[in-house]
Design a protein around this ligand. Structure first.
Ligand code: NDP
Ligand code: OXD
Length: 308
């Protein structure tokens, strides 16, 4: 019943040390070491090996090391093998921090003030309060929900958008394609925290930007292919959008000659918004393995028909 970890080797060593402390009874191997492949029941990976089933004939669960599973080719993974994504309080906290940073910077007009600093211009602008700033989060899952709660606690006027309806709560949630226009019309800062699926690929496009109020801003922390970059550049250049903070782009890494790098209204980070934290992620993994072994439902099991 061993576990194989196949991802960043430096983080893997941290996982290995923590596991030796927390669950010494469990055998743990760092890819490419797999111990006896027939003993491997659990694979924790960003990308499994191509020949997954021939490598591990007794594999019981594939755990994605990330919150997303779009990096997996689901057609190559046996349909009866459960796939579980990462739900980790450490990862959630990192995402809260990143989105707070981006929303606060946009609310306080930091792209303008940084440009002014470079030009040595001392020029205050009228200030918009948090209560006057309408933040809309696309995706109200593990991450979107946590981000919305924290933004609301700072006084931002928050709303979310999801695929399925939610019971009424402190933050209003719109759902479904038919509700998107109303949600966008009340959004000054649009945060994308959607999984990448066929329904969300290319969603951040001219038609969506045009429904946002003048000078709205975009924060994309979902996945690069959700954004049509040329549509974003056009919306920024005609002044309809005020700024964009992009943690994810397509392709990654972004080629050095790409127009986004030098755009004065774009801030780019190299897909670092958040990552699983070995201390908390290992606890989440072990808890799921225990649930599985007791025959209970695991947290974060993906639904192949939805794609997330
Ligand atoms: P969840 O699966 O918990 O939540 C996904 C949310 O998106 C749900 O609210 C879901 O709606 C909604 N959704 C999915 N498809 C649609 C659709 N077609 N229309 C409307 N809403 C939709 O995912 P997480 O919150 O854990 O993670 C979200 C994504 O964040 C990940 O998939 C990944 O791409 C990205 N991410 C990025 C990181 C980074 O560093 N940049 C780090 C970690 C994650 P419903 O509730 O109705 O199912
Ligand atoms: C993730 C990511 O999905 O790192 O966890 O983007």
């Amino acid at each position: 019943m061993s576990i194989v970890y196949k991802s960043d080797p430096v983080r893997g060593q941290r996982w290995q040390a923590l596991l030796a402390d927390k669950a010494p009874e469990r055998a743990f191997h760092l890819w490419p070491d797999c111990g006896n492949p027939d003993d491997v029941c659990y694979l924790v990976a960003w990308q499994p090996p191509d020949d997954l089933t021939t490598c591990f004939s007794n594999l019981r669960v594939l755990f994605s090391i990330g919150a997303g599973v779009d990096q997996l080719d689901l057609d190559r993974i046996p349909t009866d093998l459960p796939i579980v994504r990462m739900i980790d309080p450490g990862l959630t906290q990192g995402m809260i921090e990143y989105v707070l940073f981006a929303v606060l910077a946009l609310q306080r007009d930091m792209p303008s003030y940084l440009a002014q600093q470079r030009a040595r211009v001392w020029q205050p602008h009228p200030q918009r309060s948090a209560a006057e700033t309408r933040v809309g989060v696309l995706g109200v899952g593990e991450l979107g929900q946590a981000v919305l709660e924290r933004l609301a606690s700072l006084g931002f006027d928050c709303a979310g958008w999801s695929r399925s309806p939610r019971p009424p709560g402190a933050v209003p949630v719109w759902h479904g394609d038919q509700a998107l226009p109303d949600f966008l019309a009340r959004t000054d800062i649009l945060v994308c925290l959607l999984p990448l699926t066929s329904a969300t690929r290319g969603l951040l496009n001219t038609a969506v930007f045009d429904q946002l109020p003048e000078s709205a801003a975009l924060v994309n922390v979902g996945r690069g292919p959700q954004l049509v970059i040329d549509d974003l550049l056009a919306a920024l250049d005609r002044g309809h959008l005020g700024a964009a903070v992009l943690d994810v782009v397509d392709p990654e890494p972004l080629p050095s000659e790409h127009a986004l790098w030098a755009h004065p209204r774009v801030w780019l980070t190299p897909h670092i918004a958040s990552a699983p934290q070995p201390e908390t992620a290992l606890d989440a993994l072990l808890a799921n393995i225990e649930r599985f072994e007791r025959g209970e439902a695991m947290h974060g099991k993906i639904d192949r028909t939805r794609g997330y």
